[in-house]
Write a protein that binds this ligand. Structure first.
Ligand code: 5RP
Length: 225
């Protein structure tokens, strides 16, 4: 089965899982990327009525708008019952690396604001140890070099993502060669560096459920509470 087919499958599985939560009073959160896009397509095709969605990026806002799905402001919705989003890597504790699509900061905000974070991915994203995928870090432009030097001290090799400006007007450093044995500790350490908006480690607030599409079936992993 192709990776695209797996993404569609896992998006359908996520929709089936949360269908009972969806009604005209329910705001949900929706992330960014090709897997999240598949979920939006499934949601739109279902014609199920929801209040609307908080989107983690302008790209997701555009896709939701194209289907006539209402865009909601997180400042007005309060806590969201569920957030659906993809990931670049996921470990067995459901810690994630996210931000391949440069939307990590808004993704982290929505994850924090949601009762349940369901991460959807094809099985290539499952890893034993995070860090093969370069860790995205969103940085205030004037701090690019400062943060880069700090990332070297932490053992990484930062690479400036040329030509990318985030929806928040900032830059992305992709940090290579981190062997992440303590995802939560590293997340907190990176987020302390002046000029860092946030890093793409989701360990302080990991996913609650990880749905992984394999060749023949969807595997569901739940976080130990
Ligand atoms: C965007 C993200 C995405 O969830 C991540 O990059 C996975 O994308 P895709 O579903 O296209 O593989 O974090 O910032």
């Amino acid at each position: 089965m192709s990776q695209d087919a797996k993404k569609r499958r896992v998006a359908e599985a996520a929709f089936d899982k949360i269908r009972h939560l969806l009604d005209k009073n329910t705001p949900i959160g929706i992330g960014t990327g090709s897997t999240a896009n598949c979920f939006i397509d499934v949601l739109a095709k279902s014609k199920i009525g929801i209040l609307g969605a908080v989107a983690s990026s302008k790209a997701t806002e555009d896709r939701l708008r194209s289907y006539g799905i209402e865009l909601l402001d997180l400042n007005s919705t309060g806590t969201l019952c569920v957030y659906i989003d993809g990931a670049d890597e996921a470990d067995s504790a459901l810690n994630l690396i996210k931000g391949g699509g440069a939307a990590l900061t808004r993704e982290k905000i929505i994850a924090e604001a949601s009762v349940q974070f369901i991460c959807i991915a094809d099985d290539s994203k499952r890893v034993d140890c995070l860090g093969t995928f370069p860790l995205p870090v969103e940085v205030i432009p004037m701090a690019r070099s400062l943060v880069g030097r700090a990332m070297v001290k932490l053992g990484g090799d930062p690479e400036y993502r040329e030509g990318v400006v985030t929806d928040n007007g900032n830059l992305i450093l992709d940090v290579h060669n981190l062997f992440i044995v303590d995802p939560r500790g590293l997340e907190l350490a990176i987020n302390q560096i002046p000029g860092v908006v946030t890093c793409g480690l989701f360990a302080k607030r990991p996913a609650d459920i990880l749905l992984l599409a394999g060749e023949h079936a969807i595997t569901e992993l739940m976080r130990d509470q």
